[in-house]
Structures are given as C-alpha cells and as structure tokens.
Design a protein around this ligand. Sequence first.
Ligand SMILES: NC(=O)c1ccc[n+]([C@@H]2O[C@H](COP(=O)([O-])OP(=O)(O)OC[C@H]3O[C@@H](n4cnc5c(N)ncnc54)[C@H](O)[C@@H]3O)[C@@H](O)[C@H]2O)c1
Ligand SMILES: [Zn+2]
Length: 354
Amino acid sequence: VQELNEEIYPVFTGPEGLEQLGQAFHRKEYHEVYVLVDEHTAEFCLPLLEAYTGPLKIIRIKSGEENKSLETCGEIWGMLLQSQADRKMLLLNLGGGVITDIGGFCAALYKRGVSFINIPTTLLAMVDASIGSKTGINFLGIKNTIGCFKSPLAVYIYTPFLETLPEREYLAAFAEICKHALVADRHYWDKLKLMHPSEDLNIDEVIDHSLKIKQQFIAADPYDNNIRKSLNFGHTIGHALEALSQKTGKNPMLHGEAVAAGMLMETYLSHRKSGLKLTVLNELIVFYKKFFSPVKLAEFSMDELLILMKNDKKNENGKICFTLLREVGDAILEQEVSPKEIKQAFEFYRHATA
Ligand SMILES: NC(=O)c1ccc[n+]([C@@H]2O[C@H](COP(=O)([O-])OP(=O)(O)OC[C@H]3O[C@@H](n4cnc5c(N)ncnc54)[C@H](O)[C@@H]3O)[C@@H](O)[C@H]2O)c1
Ligand SMILES: [Zn+2]
C-alpha cells in the first residue's frame, strides 16, 4: 500500500522562487490558475505577486479565524464551480494560516483533489502554517477539527510581504518561533529570549531556522503520530483559549497569543510534573510579560475550556493529554494532566501575570 502525500515538496525562500513561478506561468505550464485571498492580502500582497505572475483569477473570502469554516468552503467551491474550474486547475493560497489551511482543504476535496501552492504572507504562516501538509477548518467551535493531510506542490516564502503586517500579528508569530526553540533547540531559545522581535531579529535567519526545526519533525513523523506532537506544546490550553475567545467574541485572541498563554501555563505544568527547572519557568514569565498583556481569565468558563481540551485531537479515552517539557529542547508526549492540575495552571497564570 502506498501512502498518500509522501512526496517531498520544495520550499523556496527569496525572490528567485517567485521569479521562477512567474516564468512557469508565462510559459503556460499551468492550465488555469486561481489565487485565494482575503481583503487584506488582496490589498497588500496580490499586487506584489501579480508583478511576478501576471493577472490571476481571484477568489476572495473574508479574513479572520471565524471564517475558517464550512460556510467559507462552500463559497470557495461555489466560485470555482461557477468559473468552471476543472481538475487541472492550480490554486495559489496567498495569505496567512487561515488562507493556507482552508485553501489547502478546499483544494484537497474539490473534484477529489486539485493542486495548490502556498504563498504565506504572515510570519506565522511562513514559519509554521504553510508547511507540514495539515489542512483544515474549525467546526462547531472546535479548532481544526475537520481536515486532512495534503501537501502543496511547493511553498514560496517571500519576506517583503511582511512589511504591511501589523505589529500584533508579528508578536503572536514570535510565540510560535519560541515554541520551536523550546521543544527542540536550547541554544536557539537562549538567543531568542534576549531579543525583541521587531528590533533585533534577523527575520530571514529566524524563518530559516524555524523552518528547519519544523521540517525535521515532519520528516520524522509526517502524520503526527508521535514525535511531531512535540510541536503541540502550548496548544492544548492555547487552542481552547483561542476557540472560546472566538466564540464569545469579546476579545478574540490571535492564534499565537493564545499559544503564548498556553505555553506559559504548560511550562508551569512541565515544572510541576516533568521536572523542568524553575529557572526556565521564570524565563517564560519574563518573556510573556514583555510581549503579551494578560488574558482576562474571568471572561472564560473553566468548564467550557475543559470540554474544549477534552475534544482536542491529541486525546484518547476522554483523558486530557499534553506535550510537556523535561528541559528546554526535550519535549515529552502524551502526558496526562488532571482537571485539577489544569485549574492550578490557570491560577498560576493569574498570579504570574497580575
Ligand atoms: N496547518 C498548520 O500546520 C498550522 C500551523 C499553525 C497555525 N495554523 C493556523 O493558522 C491560523 C493563524 O494564521 P495567521 O496568524 O497567519 O492568521 P491569519 O491568516 O488570520 O492572518 C492574520 C491577519 O493578517 C492579515 N494579513 C495577512 N498577510 C498580511 C500582510 N502581508 N499584510 C497585512 N495583513 C496581512 C490577514 O488578512 C488577517 O487579518 C490559525 O487558524 C491556525 O490554526 C495552522
Ligand atoms: Zn500553532
């Protein structure tokens, strides 16, 4: 039995990649090319892309995590059908993680699967969402609960897209970059913890390094059955906070912001349960307070958060399992944590960020 999606796709960085893509389009190597955008990437990123590719057929959806939904898939498939897009079409996903997640998912299912290319335009999508072949949408308030593995033909990373990215998005992505360091690379963490993302970060270097870490996990475990789960650090609590903040709509959190809060609490759990040193917990507190404002936990129902955590894809048999750290660079998987301990982690967060 041959496994699906086992092919390795190229990840291009720098302008040469887009130049080559543009040349392929001009040689008409692709039959019919559509580009998926939201209102921000239509305004800020599409002109730059079309400078390389020439005019593209545009499929535009509304930005925002709340639109990573089945309804939006219906809109995308509807627009493709209306334009009589056939199986030889190519979809360019031009945007952040919402666009690459939903675009990859829609491409995977349209007429049983058409090709797509990811062109990430947020820092988070450049270091994380655009690679790894996970596609999907949120459903009934649960993050990424409907989806599939489907690889893009290629990924093109072009950092000038970041020039228009709001500072808040930049910081949120920095949390995921630090996660890569925390689960895999102690020296990288020692460097990052001293930096300010918008001042002393060499963005090309950081993207390169983070990509390498993520690619190593993907190569070792493409379908997320064991070691790749290291990358879920911060995400058990993070996803629950993100989903609930979206649902109540009061203060919707960005993915990276929720992960940052999740990492702080899961670092506490790592200290309590897995022997992670107190010095690391203190480093995380300093890091978190430098870049993020405290989440108003009073707005969240603990019971609802626990239900969301139970529904997390990482769990089996109704238990809540976490990826924790034994030390920086050394993650341990499938650690069961009780509701009582989770509540203690929230208490800790409340005090640490007060
Ligand atoms: N598939 C994966 O492996 C994976 C990994 C990590 C995250 N994700 C998913 O990614 C999503 C978060 O991604 P995100 O943080 O990129 O969010 P996003 O796609 O919502 O983008 C953030 C905002 O920035 C805007 N934007 C995008 N590029 C811009 C630019 N160059 N200039 C100005 N504005 C721009 C977007 O329109 C949006 O308003 C979540 O849904 C998360 O679940 C997926
Ligand atoms: Zn994430």
